[in-house]
Design a protein around this ligand. Structure first.
Ligand code: ATP
Ligand code: MG
Length: 445
C-alpha cells in the first residue's frame, strides 16, 4: 500500500529559495525604512491567549468570529495563533511598562494566521510588517506614517500602482451614535441585503459598509454617512491630517465607507489599495487605535499604526514588473580537479578566513570534472577556482572567469587573496541594481 507523502497545510505556503532572495531583499528595504523613521523592532510570541484577541480585536469582528486558529493546550488554556500583531504588541507594551509616560515607535514582522478561504493574495499563513506608534495624540504621527508608506512606494517604484483612501471613524461615542442610526436604516432594508450583511446588522453594522456584494453596495450609496456624526475634536484632528497630506503633496480619496475589520480603530483609518491584484486590493491598512489599551483593561494610551501585507506586496512587485535585479549569492566556486583528499575543503576555509566578505561555494559530492564545472556555473559564481594535482603541488589556484571573455590566470594563494578578484559584488539596492549575468560555461579545464 502506498502512503501519500505529506503536504503543506492548505493556505500555508513554502517560500522556496528562488523567492527567498526577493523576500530577504524586501525585508531589508522595510528594515531600512523603519530605521530611517526611527522605529525600533519588537518581537512578540506567535501564540497568545485567546482572550487577548477576543477582547482586543472585538468579539463581533470577522477575525474573531470565524478566522482564528484557536486550540486548548495540554493544561486546558485556550491559545490562538496571532491573526495580527497589534494586540500582542500592545499586550507586551502594557506588561513591560513601555507606555508609561513615554512615546514609543515600534515595528514587528512575521507570520499571521487566519482561517480564510485561500485565493490569490489571501492565505491562512501570511506575513505582515506591523508598525505602531504610542503616546502621540496629534495628527502629525498619522501623517508621518502615511508619508512613510508613500516613501516605501517610491523606494520600490510602486507609486503609480497604489492609491490612498482615508476616513475618520471619530471617537467611540460618535461612532456609537452613528452605529445606531445605521442599524435602524439597515433594519428597514434588510430584505435587500446579502446574507452576511443581514447577520452583521446585529453583530457589527458598520462592517456592512465593507460588503463586496454588488446589490448591497448599490443600496448603501444612500446610507447615512459617518462624517456627519463626527465629534468636533475628531473632525479637527482629521482636518489637520488632511491639511498636512495636502501640503506634502499626497493624493488621497476620502472614503466615508472605509471601516476597518478590527474593532479597536478610532479616528483616522487609511488603506493603500491597488487595482493590480483583483479582489485582494488592500496592500497596507492602518489607523488610530486610541481605545485599545483601555479595552484591554489598562490606562488610555493614544496609538496609531498600520500593517502591510508582504505576500500582496510581492505579488504587486511581480505584476508591475518592479522586481529588482539581485546580485548572485555566490562570488566564487572552488572546483577540485581530481582526487585531492581534503585539500580543497581546507583551502576553501583558508580563503574564507583570508577574505571575510567572500561568498565561496565548494563544489562537493564528486562526479566528473565536466559535471563539477556545470555545478560551478549553476551556482551563479563569477569565478571558478580550480585546483588539481599541479596546483596543489605549487600552492596555486587557477582562476577561470565564468561570466566574461577573459584568459584564465594561475595565481599563488597570496596573490589571489591580495588581488581584487575575490572582492564581493555589492548586493543590489534599488538605486544601483547589480545584475546577474547567467552565461553558460562552455570551456573545459
Ligand atoms: P482584507 O479586507 O483584504 O481581508 P483586512 O482588512 O482583513 O484585509 P488587515 O487585518 O488590516 O486586513 O491586515 C493588513 C494587511 O494584511 C492587509 O492590507 C493585507 O495586505 C494583508 N492581509 C490581510 N489578510 C490577509 C490574508 N489572509 N492573506 C494575505 N494577506 C493578508
Ligand atoms: Mg480580512
Amino acid at each position: 500500500m502506498s502512503v501519500l507523502p505529506p503536504r503543506a497545510v492548505r493556505g500555508m505556503s513554502d517560500i522556496l529559495p528562488d523567492k527567498t532572495r526577493l523576500w530577504s531583499w524586501l525585508e531589508g528595504q522595510l528594515r531600512q525604512l523603519m530605521s530611517r523613521y526611527s522605529y525600533a523592532e519588537i518581537r512578540t510570541p506567535l501564540l497568545e491567549s485567546t482572550r487577548l484577541f477576543a477582547r482586543g480585536i472585538g468579539a463581533g469582528t470577522d477575525v474573531v468570529e470565524k478566522e482564528m486558529y484557536s486550540f486548548s493546550d495540554r493544561s486546558g488554556d485556550s491559545l490562538t495563533l496571532r491573526p495580527e500583531a497589534t494586540a500582542g504588541c500592545v499586550r507586551a507594551g502594557m506588561e513591560h511598562g513601555l507606555f508609561h509616560n513615554r512615546q514609543e515607535r515600534l515595528w514587528s514582522y512575521g507570520p499571521m494566521f487566519r482561517y480564510e478561504r485561500p485565493q490569490k493574495g489571501r492565505y491562512r499563513q501570511f506575513h505582515q510588517l506591523s508598525v505602531e506608534a504610542f503616546g502621540m495624540e496629534g495628527p502629525d504621527i498619522d501623517a508621518e506614517q502615511i508619508l512613510m508608506t508613500r516613501s516605501l512606494w517610491q523606494q520600490l517604484g510602486l507609486t503609480p500602482y497604489v492609491q490612498l483612501e482615508l476616513n475618520s471613524l471619530g471617537t467611540a461615542q460618535a461612532r456609537a451614535a452613528y452605529r445606531d442610526t445605521l442599524k435602524t436604516w439597515l433594519e428597514q432594508r434588510q430584505d435587500a441585503l446579502d446574507e452576511d450583511s443581514r447577520r452583521r446588522i446585529h453583530t457589527n453594522p458598520m462592517r456592512v459598509l465593507d460588503s463586496k456584494d454588488p446589490a448591497t453596495r448599490a443600496l448603501l450609496t444612500d446610507a447615512p454617512q459617518l462624517p456627519a456624526f463626527l465629534d468636533g475634536p475628531s473632525r479637527e484632528h482629521f482636518e489637520q491630517l488632511c491639511a498636512s497630506l495636502d501640503e506634502a503633496g499626497v493624493s488621497y480619496t476620502l472614503n466615508p465607507a472605509l471601516v476597518r475589520g478590527l474593532d479597536y480603530y478610532s479616528r483616522t483609518v487609511f488603506e493603500w489599495t491597488t487595482t493590480e491584484l483583483g479582489a485582494q486590493g488592500a496592500v497596507c491598512s492602518g489607523g488610530r487605535y486610541d481605545g485599545l489599551t483601555t479595552q484591554l483593561g489598562g490606562k488610555p494610551v493614544t496609538a496609531c499604526g498600520f500593517a502591510l501585507g508582504m505576500e500582496r506586496l510581492v505579488l504587486l512587485l511581480e505584476s508591475c514588473q518592479r522586481l529588482p535585479e539581485l546580485a548572485a549569492e555566490v562570488d566564487a566556486a572552488l572546483v577540485s580537479c581530481g582526487d585531492l583528499g581534503s585539500y580543497s575543503l581546507l583551502l576553501a576555509d583558508k580563503l574564507r578566513a583570508a577574505c571575510p566578505g567572500l561568498r565561496l561555494q565548494l563544489i562537493c559530492g564528486g562526479g566528473s570534472i565536466k559535471s563539477r564545472m556545470k555545478r560551478a556555473d549553476r551556482s551563479g559564481a563569477r569565478l571558478a577556482l580550480l585546483v588539481g594535482e599541479s596546483e596543489k603541488e605549487q600552492g596555486t589556484v587557477t582562476v577561470k572567469f565564468l561570466r566574461e571573455e577573459r584568459d584564465q590566470l594561475q595565481l599563488s594563494f597570496d596573490d589571489l587573496v591580495s588581488s581584487d578578484l575575490l572582492a564581493s559584488e555589492p548586493l543590489a539596492d534599488p538605486g544601483s541594481p547589480g545584475a546577474v549575468k547567467t552565461g553558460k560555461y562552455s570551456g573545459s579545464h
